[in-house]
Design a protein around this ligand. Structure first.
Ligand SMILES: *Cc1c(COP(=O)(O)O)cnc(C)c1O
Length: 467
């Protein structure tokens, strides 16, 4: 490509312009399935096309068909921020495009990854002694942890012999845990039947330690082999938090590996006042936190902390001849800490973001999201015909529209969330709490203001009144 500099500048300008006007766009685009596909050529071109035409199609077909995750009134799922310093770092990393699988294929990327993980440990108030790496997603970090649980429980024989003659392993997690855990259990060959759900209790909907202890004892008595516990802090549905220290004590008691999924809430641990939510995190064998959610480093950037990386590398490392790093046995080869061999340079965007905002800047952002979200929750609590179903955990809470005349509240609330999203001013998602449909609210987008958050009150109440 001859004039790629020019286009790179145009792309950079497009990005900055898009961010400047995104708040005037609907958060969710008004498109139906197939609307975009039918505008794309049926076959690839045989001859090179002018870049003008390609760029124009991006602007006219693709961009309007995207859900705007960087919209300041994106209150659905969890926010997934791509702060400008991250975006710039990603361009630079892409320009070099090293495959960061071994130290020698990416010395600076490897060493920066080690340093940024250490920075995060300090920022989250974790004690020294955790190492880690940056995985693509929490899903892969948790899968790696479950594979470690499996191998550790089988004396590291499972990779060789398979599971068919092995004892039946058990993994424990709360009823609120994320679906990535179910999938880790499938992919590890342990099987969904061996994922034991711990009953929850209390306002934080945390796993009940006494119930867990009983489940483990019953399993041992029945001939199963408990392998690990997955604790969660800030579960995706409504932010459930397990009593991490108590679960860690049970893990010790039964010699189980404990992984902590704090994919969303972990970022908030840069604020000391929120750390009570994960008291005992330092006792976990591994922890996953997604800076690609609430710290501004764009997806993929999932920090996976481990206390003893040797269990990870014993489980995951394979060293064929072509991967030997001759003469460099002392170096870290991060492909041995995860599932994919090829890896992107993910530490650069994290390093840029942490430096460009400083921890103080990031704390202010997170504290604002939490405070504004709580303010909105209190306002909606006092609105006629609304009830708060789960109280705020950080910036996440859930509500339900309960007009006295309605016959089927679940159906009504599903209609409400759909109508709110079609309105386009804000974007929300639903979940179920004890079987009932509720609507979630979370604030976490970097550009959102107090007005953006409070405007959700008007949208929710206005749209509800039209149903
Ligand atoms: C978002 C989330 C995940 C999944 O994260 P990915 O990085 O998309 O795999 C897992 N657990 C929790 C609690 C989450 O919030």
């Amino acid at each position: 490509m001859e004039n790629w500099r020019e286009w790179a500048v145009r792309a950079a300008e497009w990005g900055a312009g898009y961010r400047a006007r995104v708040r005037d766009l609907p958060v969710r685009p008004d498109v139906q399935p197939g609307d975009i596909a039918k505008q794309i050529a049926l076959s690839p071109p045989e001859k090179a096309e002018a870049f003008d035409a390609i760029f124009a199609d991006f602007e006219n077909i693709i961009a309007p068909g995207m859900t705007n995750w960087q919209h300041p009134r994106f209150f659905a799922y969890f926010a997934s921020n791509s702060a400008p310093p991250s975006l710039i770092a990603e361009y630079l990393a892409g320009a070099i495009n090293a495959v960061c699988m071994l130290w020698q294929t990416s010395p600076a990327a490897t060493e920066l990854e080690t340093k940024t993980i250490d920075w995060l440990c300090q920022a989250f108030g974790l004690p020294q002694g955790f190492l880690g790496c940056i995985q693509d997603t929490a899903t892969t970090a948790t899968l790696s942890a479950v594979l470690v649980m499996r191998e550790r429980a089988l004396d590291f024989t499972g990779n060789q012999t398979g599971l068919s003659g092995a004892p039946r392993l058990r993994i424990y997690c709360s009823a609120e845990a994320h679906s990535s855990i179910d999938r880790a259990i499938w992919f590890s060959g342990i099987g969904a039947d061996n994922l034991v759900r711990i009953p929850i209790k209390g306002a934080l909907r945390g796993a009940d330690p006494a119930a867990l202890r009983q489940l483990i004892r019953d399993d041992i008595a029945a001939g199963y082999k408990p392998a690990g516990i997955i604790a969660n802090v800030g579960a995706t549905g409504v932010g459930a938090c397990d009593p991490v220290a108590e679960l860690a004590a049970i893990a010790r008691e039964f010699d189980l590996y404990m992984h902590l999924d704090a994919a969303w809430a972990g970022s908030a641990m840069i604020c000391p006042e929120f750390r009570t939510l994960w008291t005992g995190a330092e006792l976990a064998d591994s922890i996953v936190v997604n800076p690609h959610k609430w710290l501004g480093a764009q997806i993929h950037c999932s920090a996976h902390f481990v206390r003893d990386p040797s269990t990870l590398t014993r489980t995951l490392a394979s060293r064929p001849d072509y991967l030997h790093t001759l003469g460099h046995d002392e170096v870290v080869n991060y492909s041995e800490w995860g599932i994919p061999l090829g890896r992107q340079f993910r530490a650069l965007k994290l390093w840029f973001v942490l430096r460009a905002y400083g921890l103080e800047g990031l704390r202010t952002m997170i504290r604002n999201h939490v405070a504004w979200s709580r303010e909105l929750c209190d306002k909606l609590r006092n609105a006629p015909n609304f009830e708060i179903v789960t109280e705020p955990v950080l910036s996440l809470w859930s509500f339900r529209y309960v007009p006295p005349s309605a016959a089927d509240l679940d159906a009504l609330n599903l209609r409400l969330v759909e109508a709110i999203n079609s309105d386009g001013r804000i974007y929300l998602t639903q979940t179920r709490v004890d079987g009932r449909v509720v609507i979630r609210f979370q604030a976490g987008q970097f550009e959102c203001t107090r007005d953006d958050v409070m405007s959700a009150y008007d949208v929710i109440t206005e749209v509800a009144s039209t149903l």
